[in-house]
Write a protein that binds this ligand. Sequence first.
Ligand code: SAM
Ligand code: SF4
Ligand code: SF4
Length: 386
Amino acid sequence: MTQRDTHRTIALTDQRNTCLPLPITLQNASLPLGSNGQLLDTRGRALRDLRISVTDRCNFRCNYCMPKEIFDKDHVYLKHADLLSFEEITRLASIFVAQGVQKIRLTGGEPLLRKNIERLIEQLANLRTPEGKALDLTLTTNGSLLARKARDLKSAGLQRVTVSLDGLNDAVFRQMNDVDFPVADVLHGIDAAREAGLGPIKINMVVKRGTNEAEILPMAQRFKGSGMVLRFIEYMDVGATNSWRMHEVMPSCEVVQLIQSVLPLVQLEASQPGETAERWGYADALGRHDSAAGEIGVISSVTQAFCSSCNRARLSTEGQLYLCLFAQQGYDLRSLVRKPSSDAELANTIGNIWQGRTDRYSELRSALPQDAGAPTRRIEMSYIGG
Ligand code: SAM
Ligand code: SF4
Ligand code: SF4
């Protein structure tokens, strides 16, 4: 068997089609809630953040996410009929919002590849929390289509975007996206997003040791004082196709040290509970945070588990609910939405699922040997979104 054949035995399709049994739900039963009326899981974590994947397709082949050898021309993507429609997504989202979700992030695959995504954004932008507040509505994109779409996204009601950018050096960037996409086009996209008012913009850089660590300082220098927050993300063992190894992870503490050696930083407090990024502000000559220079964030998904405050649920492209980025299976909400189920039934099912949540993969991983590879049966990031 060749290396390529070995990869091919990874049952992506099987994983997408198996799901956990839905909890039995009594239509009018009311769910026990936390003292402040919040829906809590078994570890007391509230449901606050919903990530919705709108497509499993992407025009990039980042090797940490959709390696070319696996996601090649023979890869079978979901059929259009299998995807949740915009109406189904909005109905489910409205129920999640009634259950406590305050922030929705659209993701993928590449979310801007989903046809008429602006229509979905319009629908989601009309949702209100039980307190009558608009949602924090955002989207993560590789930026390749932003220059063309930024204004329409803003008019549709999108508030802000996060753009993934793994380096400024064109050769490194082309190597990382593996489809020879020029960095200049993403930078134009970022400019267009800024001009359209899609801010504050966050820039996500996945750091892979041996590939793009030389880009850390140029990226920090470029975005310092720009009003955008650059976040460095540890390369994660998500999915089962990226051949992840611990020695390719550059711990966030090393990233901070490297930047500190040239651009002094001071640590800042988390701006909200459950925030995944540790915040570091650029310091002035007196060692205080210089707010005009801005800040960076580091997301230490591998070296510092933040499961204890994880308040995220993920809805896959075909309507499976995942309670953890590293889950092996999801709950099939599409089957419920597509048969005549009342909103109360859906709400109770979602509530029961969340209340039974025990997930804490990253905490458990910390106990594994340093260079243990990733388990092979896991769902792909491009399917449930980052
Ligand atoms: N295509 C869009 C993009 O790249 O921004 C949205 C989907 S992508 C799966 C969401 C985020 O996940 C991106 O910021 C990407 O860099 C990150 N990501 C994907 N695979 C990762 C990995 N193995 N480790 C850390 N971050 C990863
Ligand atoms: Fe596509 Fe985003 Fe994955 Fe890169 S990280 S392959 S852009 S989905
Ligand atoms: Fe949340 Fe799972 Fe990540 Fe822990 S490992 S922070 S539970 S998504």
